[in-house]
Design a protein around this ligand. Sequence first.
Ligand code: PA5
Ligand code: NI
Length: 185
Amino acid sequence: LVNSNTRFEAAEGKLSGSGVSASLRVVGDLAGIFLDEEARSRRDPREAVYEVVMHDACGAAEGGLFFGVSRVYPGKIGAEYFMTKGHFHSKRNRAEYYWGIAGEGLLLLMDESRQCRAERVSPGSLHFISGYTAHRLVNTGRSMLVVGACWPSDAGHDYDSIQRDGFGLRVLDVDGQPQLVPADG
Ligand code: PA5
Ligand code: NI
């Protein structure tokens, strides 16, 4: 009988121990992601936008799972709330679960024909992301948005198609309220 030396404190979303690594995305990493690129380029490139902490128990081979926690900082670039880059999975049919741990936000979802929808993310909300569906987290609140995730370890991240074409919806602060605004056409 042994204790696992990896810990997940579910209430705060704190993941630690062996196999855990963290990566930080700063304003300087996010060129071309936000609507107001000019506003982004004037910001301190070292400013944190989000971080992902993940547990890798098995490597990226088929049949494995990864477990992670994303933390999106509160903030905006121009009128647009801080958000993740967003991606399709490289293996398009791979699905994923997200769940809300702390803070308030939106999960933007987009299928391959650019049909978009959004789900409200809050503590306790559960989100099934089907395959063939791009996903992006947006922090519409004033505190950290903390979201858990579990996904097949061979899914991979295809950032290029989002970098090129974006999402069909953006989330902007209009008179102090988050509004979904069509980005296409
Ligand atoms: O696997 C996921 O979908 C998440 O862990 C994301 O990678 C995380 O939210 C960061 O977003 P992105 O990978 O789009 O930068
Ligand atoms: Ni994913």
